[in-house]
Write a protein of this length. Structure first.
Length: 667
């Protein structure tokens, strides 16, 4: 018996992305309502939106987790992923991007292009995901379609092309005109300039159209539509539409555009299974729920699935289609589709299921730059708090828990203050635990100060034998770790060399000051095992000792995270702001004056700017805007020296370290 995927060739997998408050969740809600999927409209403000079902989302009116839902429009099934808009939840956006075939990027007709808009746009372009632009809030005071369109082209891409023209703006906004509807355009002459832009964009996609356009001959509307659709699916054109989602205006046209301009997924049901887990939840009764995008093959209830990332097998107990808080058992997941898979008890976010062939890579957007210590109300809560955060780290690995068992401390990485507030709320509502956080501190890194060697001869206490010599050299900024081995298999068996290669990145998680060591090359120049005395685990113990010996020999320099910023302030505050930037160790280019405002671009250290956004508001009477992007790490000034408490025993204290690791392994 073969089970065909529902409308496999017609399916769309679409992510909705935007800066916070541009109207993503409201737009999603309207799509569900106008497609007939839900009978009554929910509201973000009232906390009744389908895709914002967590307590914290309903209380705060923001999306915290990506939400998957499914509806059909004009016989085309659409998997829609509503993603968070706040920069603190960028990791959710990052994971959603990986599994989308098309995207809708929502921009406010008042605020225009904002910080998150640019970050997401960059990622969409690097991944080559076909994208629609939806200019929302056209009914708001200050809405200006022409200004926003010009800004989109200037800051994002000149390939952004309107396929509709707005009728009026602000209180007079009454909908849009399809630019391929000649009668409607003729009846509204002001729409002709929008149509000309669409015609020029289409002509650039099709030689015959271009020839006819240049010669002034009439253009075939069907050919124009085909050229625009081909350009959109090939990511050379980005159709722009206009609407006011809170009033339901423009949403039908947006759904039409999703079907017309965004591609169906590819993939074959007869190929070996290849999929990825992009979201995890936990059900109190059913256990882990893994949201899977399947690229190839077919999965059925009771199938045994190979988890390539964990090298483990798990049995599928149920496959369900999720709609907000409701779900239905569908029993099968076919190539190209998305569903919730139950029974994958060992799975974590990002795991590849089946074959890694055909599964796209990740685009890293979220880089947590702050670390915080968790504090709990009662000492009796300690074990439950640790367990709760371990569960949350399964759902968001970027939390990167650091559990100092001897000190009874728990530290985690965060993106910012909103994420900390949300974590506090989740601990209370889901786990009934009251927690707070210490003051956030910046995550520094270390890098070798010079080139040199690390050596270890682990020969006692017997039985053991592992000799290693590493060459450690500084690398270019942003290069991470480059590892290679020059040792021959006769002197050091391949299985032992593989163990060393696995342990080097772990050993570099904590350098001389306790921070991760990066931007270096490590070469295994020499290694030796003993036919009788070597135990397979000897190289697990020896590798960190050899690496730390090398770091102690070469020394390390401290690196700090930097932000690239763009700032706009009223001209009268410009001098004061530039002085402040100098105090913050900022670097900036010559200011640009635009319409009585000063625009500044440059670099700022994260460490000096934790409270700067709030102070900027006070210094400019709320009229300054600041956009920041992570710009990598660079060397700290000599007067900055920050250490971090180390987890476990330092491998430099070799006797104590050997004892601790051997006890842990035998235990």
């Amino acid at each position: 018996m073969t089970i065909k995927a529902e409308h496999a060739g017609m399916l769309r997998n679409v992510g909705i992305f935007a800066h916070v408050d541009a109207g993503k969740t409201t737009t999603t809600e309207q799509m569900l309502y106008q497609s007939g999927h839900i009978r009554a409209l929910g509201s973000v403000d009232a906390g009744t939106a389908q895709t914002d079902w967590m307590d914290v989302e309903r209380e705060r009116g923001i999306s915290v987790r990506a939400a998957v839902t499914r509806f059909a429009w004009k016989d085309t099934p659409i998997n829609l992923v509503d993603t968070p808009g706040h920069v603190d939840f960028l990791s959710e956006v990052e994971r959603s991007l990986r599994v989308m075939d098309g995207a809708v990027l929502i921009v406010s007709a008042v605020e225009g292009v904002q910080a998150q808009t640019e970050i997401i746009w960059q990622a969409l372009r690097e991944l080559g995901i076909p994208t629609l632009i939806y200019v929302n809030k056209m009914d708001r005071i200050g809405a200006d379609a022409a200004r926003v369109l010009a800004e989109l082209r200037r800051l994002l891409s000149p390939g952004i092309v309107p396929v509709a023209a707005p009728i009026g703006a602000e209180a007079e906004f009454a909908g849009t005109i399809d630019l391929l509807d000649l009668q409607a355009v003729a009846a509204n002459p002001w729409a002709d300039s929008y149509r000309q832009e669409a015609l020029e964009a289409a002509a650039e996609q099709d030689e015959a159209l271009l020839e006819a356009y240049l010669e002034g001959r009439p253009l075939d509307n069907g050919r124009i539509a085909e050229a625009l659709a081909a350009g959109a699916r090939g990511s050379s054109l980005f159709p722009a539409l206009f609407g006011a989602s809170n009033r339901g205006i423009g949403v039908r046209e947006l759904m039409d555009a999703v079907v017309t301009y965004l591609p169906a997924p590819s993939g074959s049901e007869s190929a070996p299974v290849a999929g990825v887990i992009f979201k995890m939840e936990r059900d109190p009764v059913m256990g882990k729920i893994a949201y899977v995008r399947l690229y190839e093959g077919i999965i059925r209830n009771r199938d045994i699935l190979h988890n390539h990332s964990r090298d483990a097998q798990d049995k599928v107990t149920q496959i369900r289609r999720v709609h907000g808080q409701k779900s239905e058992d569908i029993g099968v997941l076919a190539a190209g589709d998305i569903a919730a898979v139950y029974g994958l008890s060992r799975a974590r976010i990002g795991d590849v299921l089946g074959s890694p062939e055909g599964v796209p890579g990740e685009k890293r957007l979220a880089v947590p730059l702050l670390t915080v210590q968790v504090q709990w109300a009662s000492e009796a809560d300690y074990p439950a708090v640790v367990a709760a955060f371990q569960e949350l780290a399964d759902e968001d690995p970027l939390l990167d828990l650091q559990w100092l068992q001897d000190e009874r401390e728990l530290h985690l990485k965060v993106m910012g203050p909103i994420q900390m507030e949300v974590l506090t709320s989740i601990l209370l509502s889901r786990f009934k635990l009251a927690v707070s956080f210490g003051a956030p501190s910046v995550i520094y890194k270390e890098t070798p100060a010079s080139a040199g060697e690390g050596f270890v001869a682990y020969l006692a206490p017997k039985p053991c034998w592992a000799i290693l010599r590493f060459v450690i050299e500084p690398g270019e900024r942003g290069s991470g770790l480059v590892y290679k081995s020059l040792e021959r298999n006769e002197r050091l068996l391949e299985s032992y060399q593989n163990e060393v290669a696995r342990r080097v990145p772990e050993a570099l998680q904590q350098g001389l000051r306790g921070w991760e060591v990066t931007d270096l090359s490590v070469t295994l120049a020499e290694g030796e095992h003993h036919v009788w005395h070597t135990h397979p685990l000897d190289f697990v113990i020896a590798t960190p000792m050899g690496i730390m010996n090398g770091l102690a020999n070469v020394g390390t320099k401290l690196l700090e995270p930097m932000l690239r910023f763009r700032m706009s302030v009223p001209e009268e505050f410009g001098g004061k702001i530039m002085n402040e930037l100098v105090v913050l160790r900022g670097e900036f280019e010559a200011p640009v004056l635009r319409q009585e405002r000063m625009e500044l671009e440059g670099l700022l250290p994260v460490a000096t700017t934790l409270d700067f956004p709030a102070r900027l508001g006070a210094m400019t009477k709320g009229r300054g805007t600041l956009t920041t992007f992570f710009a990598g790490y660079r060397e700290c000034p000599p007067d900055v020296d920050v250490s971090r408490q180390r987890r476990g025993v330092n491998p430099l204290d070799q006797a104590k370290y050997i004892l601790a690791v051997r006890n842990a392994m035998s235990g």
